[in-house]
Write a protein that binds this ligand. Structure first.
Ligand code: RUQ
Ligand code: CUA
Length: 663
């Protein structure tokens, strides 16, 4: 059966490849389309597969036009992938120590960031995170290639990566919120990066309140983290929070263009279920799915920033200004719009007019119109308030349309041509639908299902090229599939997730390639045009501190290497260059505090050296021009052969030295 099918398929390929566009395109000096057809036939590829391979192929030495920035789930990292080749380019450690890049394993700058990211809000010093939602910085609603922010789902933190050297510069542990999920985005000019809580937490001094007092004492939090436009760093002093009812705040997005100044946060569990399935209560998932509607939170953030600046309108809570729920209501900062039960994604289209909500338990996407929302607010067209007094806009007054797309709609992105693409978790499919006239779609074709493509399997997020910005260009879509089941060889009991690359340039969508993700579960990703990464450097200025980009006070030039003893502290000023460390012998005594300042004096791109000390859990990485300090207590005596961990030259194996710790 299978081989019959294969024969037929091969026949079809030969005919159609030979007769098709390939021959026209390649008959020039490539041995003709006939050769391509033969290869396809030999490999048993269908026409679609062979076409897909060519569309996704990036030739050796060529660069991909797009870079996908992926969260790494509970690996705590970020990953960069070329699109369309789907080649993994880099892993950027953020919340979790990572030895390849020498992050958090002795290098001072990284240990400092990890330590700063673990305040006394936490019960332990954290050594991991769960990265979910990257937010690339934006200028006028388009990615500007400067910074990327990423949240820690588990511990309510935000990391910042500088897109000059693609290294993390800061981890901010956010007060008053314990967890965060999808509530991360940058405002159109990165004035703020927003991060909201997922599960509400008690706003009490000791962080505890009985679950019986959930409605009373627990609150959701919407945090507006102020960003320094020069450094990209978060500044808690200029940041503020808005208290929200104790529903579970989920995905969020910033308004742009037509909706600039607004923000939207989905919520579920407006039932305020807390579980208790062994205490006579309902399981949380049952309790949280009772009502037909939950609430989309609509926040006027520009107004909120003004209110936060006024005396007496906020209270200081654990180092940050908080606008109470009552003040938010009084000042007209917060409104609700009903949304079909247990919604998930909320995504603003490139024109800023439409906001698409995925129903999760509803087979529709619901599309709201910002003009209708503003009108309903102005006319106070409310359906009463919730238990906390937040005005609820009339559903029919704010919805522009809805489209039945299939089962389990989650997240939507756009193509800039008036279409949305929504992931269908239960259907394992992507549905394309049309928006309305304000996105350039004629009335007669508005809000309709356009196309559907099957993916494998159970897609969570999806991303289109720059598809959450004003510059969405509708070239590719990547489906982030949660399950891979049978797509890959059995390599153990833990299966990879799977990215699937989908072409958006044809009449209908087609799957071009699979990319198994063998390194942590990706949640959200963003796809940026590679040409926007204009600030990226490949060598540091000589003697640079990677944390500040300034010249390090302990930078050491060739010829200035030295060892200085100050009581029990030994300062070593060391350089690295192919293929030696200078000095290559360090003489210390048991009990010494050893501080090694390493300067990589290379100026050539990619001339990275490592610095590893056996037994001391130390591994640093030094890119060309970089200065790193490594500090430890000489607790164990011995002769330790430190060495370079990067195969940097023909004499790399000779690039080693002695750390002598005398008894
Ligand atoms: S959320 S699969 Cu963790 Cu971003 Cu929707
Ligand atoms: Cu330096 Cu190997």
């Amino acid at each position: 059966m299978r081989s019959n099918f294969r024969l037929i398929a091969i026949g079809a390929i030969v005919v159609s490849l030979v007769g098709g566009i390939l021959i026209g395109r390649f008959s020039g000096g490539l041995g003709g389309g006939g050769a391509l057809a033969e290869i396809a036939a030999d490999r048993g590829l269908t026409v679609e597969q062979a076409t897909g391979a060519l569309k996704a192929f990036t030739a050796p030495g060529e660069w991909d036009p797009y870079i996908l920035v992926s969260s790494g789930g509970h690996s705590g990292q970020l990953h960069l992938v070329g699109v369309p080749s789907m080649r993994l380019l880099k892993t950027i450690p953020v919340f979790t120590p990572e030895s390849w890049s020498g992050y958090g394993q002795g290098a001072d700058w990284s240990e400092g960031i990890l330590a700063e990211g673990s305040t006394d809000k936490q019960a332990a010093e954290l050594a991991w995170g769960d990265t979910h939602h990257p937010a690339l910085s934006e200028t006028e609603g388009a990615y500007d290639g400067r910074f990327v922010y990423i949240n820690d789902r588990a511990n309510g933190r935000l990391g910042m990566v500088d897109l000059r050297d693609f290294k993390v510069k800061q981890i901010l542990d956010l007060p008053n919120m314990q967890t965060s999920h999808g509530g991360v985005f940058a405002t159109p000019n990165t004035e703020y990066v927003h991060i909201s809580s997922m599960t509400p937490m008690p706003q009490t001094d000791d962080g505890y309140a009985p679950l019986e007092d959930y409605a009373e004492d627990y609150r959701g939090i919407s945090t507006w983290v102020a960003i320094d436009p020069e450094t990209g760093r978060a500044d808690l002093d200029d940041s503020f929070q808005i208290e929200l009812p104790p529903y579970t705040q989920d995905l969020a997005d910033a308004g742009k263009l037509a909706s600039d100044g607004w923000a939207f946060i989905n919520s579920y569990n407006s039932e305020m279920a807390v579980g208790g399935n062994m205490e006579g209560g309902q399981p949380i998932e049952v309790g949280a799915s009772q009502r037909d509607f939950d609430y989309m939170h609509i926040i006027n953030w520009k107004k909120a920033a003004e209110v936060a600046a006024q005396a007496g309108k906020t209270e200081m809570r654990n180092g940050v200004r908080v606008i109470s729920l009552d003040t938010a209501i009084e000042e007209g900062l917060l409104y609700f719009a009903p949304e079909p039960r247990s919604p998930h994604g909320v995504d603003v289209d490139p024109t800023g007019n439409y906001i698409t909500v995925g129903g999760k338990l509803d087979p529709h996407v619901t599309i709201y119109d910002i003009e209708l929302i503003e009108k309903a607010i102005a006319e106070e067209n409310f359906d009463g308030t919730d238990e906390y007094g937040v005005p609820i806009l009339k559903f029919d007054a704010v919805v522009a349309g809805s489209v039945e797309v299939g089962l389990g709609p989650l997240h939507t992105q756009y193509d800039g041509r008036g279409h949305g693409y929504v992931s269908l978790f239960l259907d394992s499919a992507i549905a394309e639908f049309s928006l309305g006239p304000k996105a350039g779609i004629p009335e007669a074709e508005a809000f309709q299902l356009v196309d559907k493509v099957q993916v494998n399997y159970n897609v969570g997020h999806l991303a289109t090229t720059e598809g959450d910005t004003v510059a969405a260009d509708g070239q590719y879509l990547v489906a982030l599939n949660k399950w891979s089941v049978d797509r890959f060889p059995v390599i153990g009991t833990l299966k990879p997730q799977n990215f699937q690359l989908i072409d958006l340039t044809d009449e209908t969508m087609s799957v071009l390639a699979d990319m198994p993700i063998g390194f942590g579960e990706p949640h959200y990703v963003q796809i940026i045009k590679a040409e926007r990464l204009v600030n990226a450097i490949d060598t540091y200025e000589p003697g640079t501190d990677p944390l500040t980009f300034a010249r390090s006070s302990v930078a050491t030039a060739a010829g200035e290497e030295r060892v200085e003893r100050e009581g029990d502290t030994l300062h070593v000023y060391m350089t690295t260059v192919r293929s030696h460390f200078t000095p290559d012998i360090i003489r210390a005594r048991a009990g010494d505090h050893v501080v090694i300042h390493l300067t990589n004096i290379e100026t050539l791109a990619d001339a990275t050296h490592g610095f590893a000390i056996p037994g001391y859990n130390i591994q640093a990485s030094l890119d060309p021009g970089e200065v790193v300090t490594v500090e430890f207590h000489a607790t164990k005596t011995g002769s330790f052969a430190f060495y370079c961990t990067e195969f940097c030259s023909a004499l790399h194996l000779e690039m080693q030295g002695w750390l002598l710790i005398e008894p």
